[in-house]
Ligand binder design. Structure first.
Ligand code: NMN
Length: 172
């Protein structure tokens, strides 16, 4: 049995409905999706508030009912872009195509002769991690931008309070 697998990497800070829509589209083209949770070493930063484990939970519970067969794997950053593709490939299930709109990711995989497709951006201005983190910090509506399961994970780990606390400056 030959499975066609795609690779899709993001920071998922947090996983939102744009990610979910793209993954549902990718799942129509392949049998399984290898999801790289990028910058896995980061957490508790204004632009990267959630741990790799929390992001694994978001993806598992959000994709649970969607019929997107996947492996979600934390991937730490490395200092050397020249070896990044082999670093990723050495720790993921084999994949034959990459879906990404990140210019560096596209460049590195294409240089390694791996096929890259750019998925359509799904309502990009709304469904953006930057926008969602900003809304959480400023006490604006954000829950409609993420799958209900992600609201539950963020609440379980006190993510709203964490993000607001780490966004404070010490001279405010
Ligand atoms: O498009 P975003 O959500 O930023 O995700 C891309 C991810 O891929 C990031 O976590 C980024 O750090 C990662 N990445 C890492 C390297 C490296 O470690 N040298 C190279 C390219 C992309």
């Amino acid at each position: 049995m030959h499975m066609k697998r795609a690779f899709y990497i993001g920071r998922f800070q947090p996983f939102h409905l744009g990610h979910q829509a793209v993954l549902e589209m990718i799942a129509k083209e392949v049998d399984e999706v290898v999801i790289g949770i990028g910058s896995a070493q980061k957490s508790h930063e204004v632009t990267d508030p959630f741990t790799a484990g929390e992001r694994v939970m978001m993806i598992r519970h959000a994709l649970g009912d969607t019929g997107v067969p996947h492996y979600a794997m934390p991937i730490e950053d490395i200092q050397q872009n020249t070896v990044w593709v082999s670093y990723v490939s050495s720790r993921t299930p084999p994949f034959e195509i990459v879906f990404s709109n990140n210019p560096l990711v596209i460049q590195l995989f294409r240089e390694a002769n791996i096929e890259v497709k750019q998925p359509p951006m799904y309502l990009r201005s709304q469904y953006s991690g930057t926008e969602i983190r900003k809304r959480i910090v400023h006490d604006m509506e954000w829950k409609h931008l993420v799958p209900p399961a992600v609201v539950d994970v963020i609440e379980e780990v006190n993510g709203v309070e964490r993000l607001r606390n780490i966004s404070k400056t010490d001279y405010a």
